[in-house]
Design a protein. Sequence first.
Length: 538
Amino acid sequence: MIMKALLINCFIVITSATIPRPRGVADSNASHYQPNNEGVFVCIDGSQTFPYSYVNDDYCDCADGSDEPGTSACPNGKFTCTNAGHRPLIVPASRVNDGVCDCCDGTDEYSGNIACVNTCQELGKKHKEEVERIMKLQEEGIKKKKEFAETGKKMKEEKKARLEQLQTDRESAEAERQELETKKEEAEAPEKEAKDKHQQAWDEEKARRSAEKEAAAASTAFQELDSNNDNFVDVLEMVIHNEFDIDSNGVVSEEEAKEHLEEADKVDMDTFVSKIWPNVKQIYKPLVPEESQADGEASPPADSQGETATPPDEEAKDSPNSLPPPPLDPEDEYDEEEEEEEDEEDEDDMDDRDDYHDTAEDTEDKMPDYDEETQVLIEAADIARNAFIAADEKVKSIDREISSLQSYMNLDFGNDEEFSVLKDQCFEYTDREYTYKLCAFDRASQRPKSGGSETSLGTWGKWSGPENDRYSSQLYERGQNCWNGPDRSVKVHFKCGPENQLTNAYEPSRCEYAFDFISPVSCSGKISPMDPHSHDEL
Ligand code: MAN
């Protein structure tokens, strides 16, 4: 109670214009502490009323602690230091007379236990300088921001105009494309018809040649089998051919030979060609002349179908019983003598002889060139096709540009397009372990300094600042998945600065990154809560 009496009159006066108020009361709350208020004090939350003498009596009466602004009696009390020369400061009332100077004017320590030096003038000066520095930075930033906004608006206008132009161009390009497509189809129809005709004629020719070859092979086989030249192939002529050994007992019985002859004792050429040859051609092998075996020549190894691997022209030369090479033309039979004569005339051709059959067969199997009329149609269709391809590519290229312009137009570059200067620009920041990269409005990544591949931290997502400060942060999302964790993402915090610069990159929680980015575009003229000294008040 003695303390209470002592403290009752502890009013301080700030200026002649301000209302005198008890110790520790903020200027804004002074009206609650009017001494002429019929001698009562109403707690600021309005819950209770006490005699005015209860204010600062070092006993906590109000639930909101408002009766003890200048003592540490209320656990939730707040003490305001005026800090003349600097800025007022609110500290928890528990710090009053705790032996630590919290206020620069020392008013929180009035018990006499500690003497606080008033540092408000000095701090005020420093703070003023800092505020001025920041204000200058803001001013310069705002100037640059205006320039950026102008550039951004101009750029958007240009892109808009280009987009409109492209939309018009697209219509004519599309009309041209359609016209050329029709022309292409018109040119391709007769081309197809002529090509199909050519192909059909070639297919027929191939079928004819194949049938001729087949007949020639059958006839040659008949002559070889008809060893007594009686114009019949009979059972006895068949039994000497080991390949007709059906039961593989090493001997061709007459029954086996007969079975191959479709149960006839003998067949003439026509029957052989039409009925017997189709069934035996796969197994038939001309006899190897006895002389060559007697000479001790090794029999050539049999291939998978049991046929000898003797080169074709050796067969032709050395084996009287072997098949001649397939004629190029039925009327142009292979003529050994004529071939030799030609070889004598032209020694150089010798080198090519080994390839004779291959080349002949290749030529034989190759479709002849198109006739002149068809070639004219192909050339015309090629011209029409190429013209269409060019027109089609033109439309596609316009579409690509339109789509890229539309994506640009859909991006939110701030209220005045000021952020558009950052588009297509990349910024890097390197810490001890990684180089972080931010390509604005595009993507963010991380690359180990020690080498190794880049990890995507996300692609452009959205502006993610609070409702009243939407352009203060950006979100890049859906980056590379974190093992046993989320997809990587980055929140980029924008602050006012003299240049566009990525100033920090960190990982507040695993695979969730944060970048600090300074830019003139974030200068607003207001000192942000992050600026020095602006968060003194608790
Ligand atoms: C990599 C980096 C780190 C991340 C881990 C998670 O090492 O992307 O930033 O924390 O993967 O496993």
